[in-house]
Design a protein around this ligand. Structure first.
Ligand code: SF4
Length: 352
């Protein structure tokens, strides 16, 4: 009644699906409760499933509808590593949906299918680089914060929030044992590791393992080997994510209902622009965009994660989709024409 968007959904049979909601038990069923709150239902026809899915994720991103956020949206199934803001940001594992809603996230790395391997690898990385892993409630006091001028006063002496500082696995930004500058330098190294540009923590573990083996300290060597394995498995996952993000541009042709065929310019896993094939001006604009140079991103943008996942799962789940993708607009149009002829759609469209 106040104009809030409560839910966005996609269906090939909107009428049947909506009617089914009216038969659900209230208040037990979520969709029955949704209907009670609803004062208006709007619908939009789209020429293809791909077009409808794209519109759905964009509407959900724009409105964050309450009933979508609570449901099992694609973003809820994925995990990401986020880097927050503040004087001593931490690497954090979050659900992709939570990261997309958060205002505190500065950078996102992912998406990943499961949490467990990330936990093991981040523990190793945090320990190797001295980064904090405590929660947001722990207050940070770096040496460059103004209040530390008073630190010599006995009443202001602090004790670390956990044992990691004493065991030299954290720089101790909670007790003024490091400057914001020094901490951020380590965070920059962590970014380089996550982006595949630095393998210092790996080398360090290998060196320590060799020393432990030479000293016949096999238990420690085994523990170090497990840590190295966790990092290496994590590397393989990161490489897959990078591959998806740095995939070069391509143009995807999608045959639409009633001849409403569309072209989509996909760059680094995301849809940058689209054009109706029947609109010459839109096709020209798409060609101009296609020629424009683009810089490969090093990480997913929070607000575009859902679109990245959509494109990923669409091309992974449909063998035929690649057949309609080409390097250029012209190539995609040619593939579309061949597809329309071979699928017998041309005669059908002329008949219509
Ligand atoms: S030593 Fe302090 S900053 Fe480091 S993880 Fe523990 S509580 Fe957090």
């Amino acid at each position: 009644a106040h104009g809030e968007v409560l839910y966005v959904g996609k269906s090939t049979q909107v009428r049947t699906r909506l009617l089914s909601y009216f038969r659900l038990p209230w208040p037990e069923h979520r969709h029955a409760r949704l209907l009670r709150e609803t004062s208006r239902i709007e619908w939009e026809p789209h020429p293809s499933e791909f077009a409808a899915l794209l519109r759905e994720v964009r509407l959900i991103r724009a409105h964050l509808p309450r009933y979508n956020v609570r449901s099992a949206r694609p973003l809820d199934k994925w995990w990401v590593i986020t880097i927050g803001r503040g004087p001593a940001p931490r690497l954090r594992i979050q659900r992709a949906s939570a990261a997309a809603r958060s205002r505190e996230v500065a950078q996102v790395i992912g998406p990943f299918a499961s949490r467990r391997p990330l936990q093991d690898a981040l523990r190793v990385l945090n320990d190797a680089l001295g980064l904090r892993d405590c929660g947001d409630r722990v207050r940070m006091h770096t040496t460059d914060s103004a209040e530390l001028f008073e630190q010599t006063h006995p009443a202001l002496q602090r004790t670390p929030g956990c044992h990691r500082y004493e065991t030299r696995r954290c720089l101790g930004p909670c007790i003024g044992a490091t400057s914001e500058y020094a901490y951020r330098a380590q965070l920059t190294r962590a970014r380089a590791v996550l982006e595949g540009r630095d393998d210092t923590p790996h080398q360090h573990l290998v060196r320590e393992m060799t020393v432990a083996s030479a000293a016949l300290s096999y238990e420690r060597a085994g523990w170090l080997r497990d840590r190295l394995t966790a990092l290496q498995e994590f590397d393989a996952q990161l490489a897959r994510v990078r591959e998806a993000l740095t995939r070069p541009s391509f143009v995807y042709a999608v045959p639409g209902r009633d001849g409403d065929d569309r072209l989509y310019l996909v760059r680094h896993g995301r849809v940058m622009a689209e054009a109706r094939c029947s609109d010459p001006d839109a096709i020209n604009a798409l060609q101009a965009m296609e020629r424009a140079p683009a810089q490969a991103p090093t990480g997913a943008m929070v607000d575009q994660l859902d679109e990245l996942l959509l494109v990923e799962s669409w091309f992974r789940g449909r063998n035929g989709a690649d057949a309609l993708a080409a390097d250029t607009v012209v190539g995609a149009l040619e593939k579309l024409a061949t597809h329309v002829r071979s699928a017998g759609l041309a005669a059908e469209r002329q008949g219509g």
